[in-house]
Design a protein around this ligand. Sequence first.
Ligand SMILES: [Zn+2]
Length: 123
Amino acid sequence: MSSIITKSRLEARLQAEVERRRQAFLEALLALDAPLTAELHRLPPDEWADYPPLAAYPQLQPQLKSLKQADAALCQWQLGLYGLCSDCEAELTTEQLWDDPCRQRCDPCEEKYRKAQHGAWEL
Ligand SMILES: [Zn+2]
């Protein structure tokens, strides 16, 4: 990998990651519910994650979450807000974004978010 990560390379990587997550999601859904998968194909991909019938499949929730993250990152790119932490607006580094193009938070905010998600108060 070159040490120079340009904006266009980052965009290509983001697009590829979004596409990868969408495909993985469709494959997982296809194994569970083929008619529903066909229905989703008729919707714009950024509406998939909020499609109500998907609530019937709790096992897909981690993938739906990952899909939402991907949509959010794509939307941020379109708004020119890509690469900013969604909590404190700190700029993420190019390396962080390269590692995870759909990343939404800086390290400290990510840690706080995870703790809040797990309702963990352990010391
Ligand atoms: Zn932050």
